[in-house]
Design a protein around this ligand. Structure first.
Ligand code: ADP
Ligand code: MG
Length: 262
């Protein structure tokens, strides 16, 4: 179980005149994620989704608040202990290209979390990588290539394989299908759902600005606005289940194209 309590994140940046600007990306956000459950989080651009994803994946710390994971407050942990925890939390970023190092072969990108976060022999590592590549349907021959030699869909698969290489308990997918064409989008979403059914990925949070995608991925949906969760659904099945005005607005702003069907 993961429990976030009163999580706030304030960014301080400077405008072009050097004046300090404060941005409250998360405002006293609280939510609970139960083990073996999949979740979706939906909200407009700028609502703080990626900030929450980075904090959940322990790559950024909150300004205040608590993150309870298996009885420990991760937000208060020292860096070294946190590094070990990161094995259990992984994240798939929005931009596949920027999360794959262009100088590394795909094999080494997938191996990186294993090498950084675990002590695994090279031969065991190879077994793990071949197994995970097969799971995400990435042909072995592609592992020797560089990211720019892969298609968009293959890059996404490589990112998912990378996040899964250390068998995390929990993965955050941040806009992982945004920008892909409809067919490819469905393939990647179905792959994640299949991995979930196979028991390879017991718990995930899928972040998207698209309410259709959220409904396709999970029954448990959080709606986020301006750094806070404003609506939470447990058995979301259709647009009609959303009650909040802001959620209705998100539905009305959907482009008129065929939704994903379950
Ligand atoms: N590193 C940063 N420095 C300053 N402001 C940031 C930073 N990251 C995000 N923000 C701001 O925080 C708010 C939420 O951003 P983000 O979490 O990326 O939202 P979303 O993913 O929902 O589009 C935005 O106003 C954004 O400009
Ligand atoms: Mg984002």
């Amino acid at each position: 179980m993961i429990e976030l309590k009163d999580l706030s994140k304030r960014y301080i940046s400077k405008n072009k005149y050097g004046k300090k600007l404060r941005v409250d990306a998360l405002k006293q956000l609280s939510l609970t994620l139960v083990s073996d459950t999949s979740y979706a989080l939906v909200g407009e651009s700028g609502s703080g989704k990626s900030t929450l994803a980075r904090i959940l994946a322990c790559v950024e710390r909150p300004t205040s608040g608590e993150i309870w994971f298996d009885g420990k407050n991760v937000a208060a942990m020292r860096s070294k202990a946190l590094r070990l925890k990161r094995k259990e939390f992984q994240m798939v970023l929005q931009n596949a290209q920027s999360s794959l190092d262009p100088r590394l072969r795909i094999y080494d990108s997938i191996a990186e979390p294993i090498r950084c976060l675990t002590q695994t022999s090279r031969s065991d590592e190879r077994k793990m990588i071949l197994e995970i590549a097969e799971k995400v349907q990435l042909p072995e021959a592609l592992l020797e290539r560089f990211p720019h030699e892969l298609s968009g869909g293959q890059q996404k698969r490589a990112c998912i394989a990378r996040a899964m290489s250390v068998s995390p308990k929990f993965i955050v997918f941040d806009e992982s299908v945004t920008g892909l064409d409809v067919t490819l989008r469905k393939q990647i979403l179905d792959l994640i759902l299949q991995l979930n059914r196979d028991g390879r990925l017991s718990m995930f949070l899928f972040i998207t600005h698209n309410i259709d995608v959220a409904l396709y991925m999970a029954d448990n949906i959080f709606v986020m606005k301006d750094g806070s969760v404003i609506e939470q659904l447990e058995n979301a099945a259709s647009y009609g289940d959303f009650r909040h005005d802001y959620s209705r607005m998100l539905i009305e702003s959907l482009p008129p194209r065929s939704p994903l069907h379950r």
